[in-house]
Ligand binder design. Sequence first.
Ligand code: CA
Length: 439
Amino acid sequence: MMSLSNETHAPHLTSWVSSANTPNTDFPIQNLPFAQFRRKGSDEVFRGGVAIGDLIVDLAAASAAELFEGIAQQAAEACTQPTLNDFMGMGKSAWSALRLALSRALRSGSAQQSVLESCLVPQSEAEYSMPCQIGDYTDFYTSVHHASAVGAQFRPDNPLLPNYKWIPIGYHGRASSIDVSGQTFPRPQGQTKAPEASEPSFGPCKRLDHELEVGIFIGSGNTLGEPIDIEHAEDHVFGLCLFNDWSARDIQAWEYQPLGPFLSKNFASTISPWIVSLEALAPFRAPFLRPENDPQPLPYLSSETNSKQGEIDIALQVLIQTEQMRQAGREPEILANSSFVHSYWTIAQMVTHHTVNGCNLRPGDLFGSGTQSGPNHEEAGSLLELSRGGKEPLTLANGETRSFIEDGDTLIIRGWCQKEGVAPIGFGEVSSTVLPPNN
Ligand code: CA
């Protein structure tokens, strides 16, 4: 098994960008995540950028300055486009070459400092767009803790369906309503039916919920009819972001059988602007473990590499800031902490399972990991779980209560990785706000 770490992960590396060397930055030189950005309020075209400390390396400017050579320069040129799809489609060797070139150019003492200094934009002066055009979006369901807790509410007599421990369960979602952090959207309306009602009624969703997820961006795709085997699955993954998959629980409960979620899920979902590459996450890999009495995955979903380091330990946190909190100048309040390491299925297993029938993935396709609830109740990644279906409303520090999301609430997800002897890295955050329903 190959070691995934290389010189770009060395914990002693520092940058001539001083804000990248502060202990609490999400974006030290070991991270180097990608986004599409431009100066706030300008009519500039969006182009690729890489975060370093509190600045952004403008890849259009760096490309024009011809700072890099060979495949790294070609990769930087691909990042001048209004989406990262072409860069993502160039594959792992191109992503890696650009990361290495940027790491060397940003290091303390680099001869490229004087040129690269003219290619920097403060993050405080930037706005972001979707990093790529998402052709297809698939949402998985990889937290067994979430699946069990939600299953118990929807089907008390049959919480975890028999396929769960054999198949990475997923459904095909809709890409058009996915937007970048800062998204606002009206409360969805639709059909719901209370359990005791004889007929459904129409109106605004009464059980609006967040879902704490990790977004997985596909880089290079595969040809229709040619599955991606598990040993090569991660070569096709560009990187990860934070993902809030907004959900209308009352609409979902009425519509989801027999074909799964539909209008309860496709009105809004929000991603963080920064995509952290899989390469940057190499030091935070963890073993894929199955509880003793659970079945082992079928051979096509198993590999030695997947067993030894298939998981990624990403700390995840959900916060809420209500309208009242905002007006009183109160900081967002933590709703739950969890981790991606609890995922029942790994990213490699998701990619391989998705393509095993011949389905083709394309650059910029997005997977949602499914709600990442931890083993304990307070680690739940949705209000449906935290409030036990609305039966136990949460009391916030200012005295407000929440069973589900109210109009004006802002939900924030943060994520970071830390480990002894390794430079910690972060994902930044994703934030979005629910507005009152449209009439
Ligand atoms: Ca979801």
